[in-house]
Ligand binder design. Structure first.
Ligand code: GLN
Length: 236
């Protein structure tokens, strides 16, 4: 590994990573390598403290009990919070939005204090949201519709410091009636989209990578198979 190697933190894949969310780290690494950067994935498990020195971080979804373990670990070892404070991009999928928020209530009604990186709170809704979700991005730098697969019971309310990632055109999204999907606050991006999200949404991958590399934008990669996947999933 050289000094210029871009280091991608895959945070707690042993407890958070439903529906192949670990694939987001693979997508980031591959898109960096295709552009000639050295890139490595650093797995941070429940046995490891969380380093604050990595260039970009991804966290996946989880069942209620697993997400509680992750919450405790991230509060005990605040490397992710320190990295985000320095502007390192963070991608949080599904349960990870809830974990990084102010607090969340589990399906059994227990309230758990979160990491506090996102000004959001989450409570269980009457009905589980399951299926394809399609949205129109709000965030500058994203143009194409976003596509993913959602499966969550929690509904997430945004506080004043948080903004939505996109507006729902199909599916449920954050699930509290404001029509929003996902959340953005500083360098932290959250979404309910599994898929993995970055395999389906290359613009989002490149937005995060541009921030990790400290550049305004990256020229798109010409990958017909990704376009084919998007066409298929947007029709699904
Ligand atoms: N347990 C959380 C919920 O149901 C998150 C689920 C997930 O990450 N797939 O809201």
């Amino acid at each position: 590994m050289s000094e210029s190697t871009v280091r991608i933190g895959l945070v707690l894949p042993d407890v958070m990573g439903t529906y192949g969310d670990g694939g987001n780290a693979l997508v980031l690494r591959q898109r960096l390598r295709m552009r000639g950067h050295d890139a490595e994935i650093v797995e941070i498990n429940l046995t490891d403290p969380v380093p604050e020195s990595l260039d970009i971080y991804t966290l996946g979804g989880a069942e209620d009990s697993a997400q509680r373990l992750a919450t405790r670990h991230l509060r005990q070892y605040p490397g992710l919070q320190q990295a985000a404070a320095k502007g390192a991009p963070v991608l949080a999928i599904c349960a990870a939005i809830q974990v990084l928020g102010n607090w969340y209530e589990t399906s059994s009604g227990e309230r758990v204090d979160g990491v506090g990186l996102l000004d959001v709170t989450t409570s269980p809704q009457d009905k589980r949201a399951i299926g394809e979700v399609v949205t129109a991005p709000i965030v500058p730098g994203l143009r194409a519709p976003l596509t993913g697969f959602e499966n969550h019971r929690g509904g997430t309310t945004l506080g004043p410091d948080a903004e939505g990632l996109a507006r729902v055109t199909r599916g449920v999204g954050n699930g509290v009636g404001d029509g929003l999907e996902g959340v953005v606050q500083g360098s932290v991006f959250g979404t309910y989209m599994h898929g993995p999200a970055l395999a389906r949404n290359p613009e989002l991958a490149d937005l995060l990578l541009a921030r990790a590399l400290g550049v305004d934008s990256l020229s798109p990669l010409d990958l017909p198979e990704v376009e084919q996947l998007r066409r298929e999933r947007l029709r699904a």
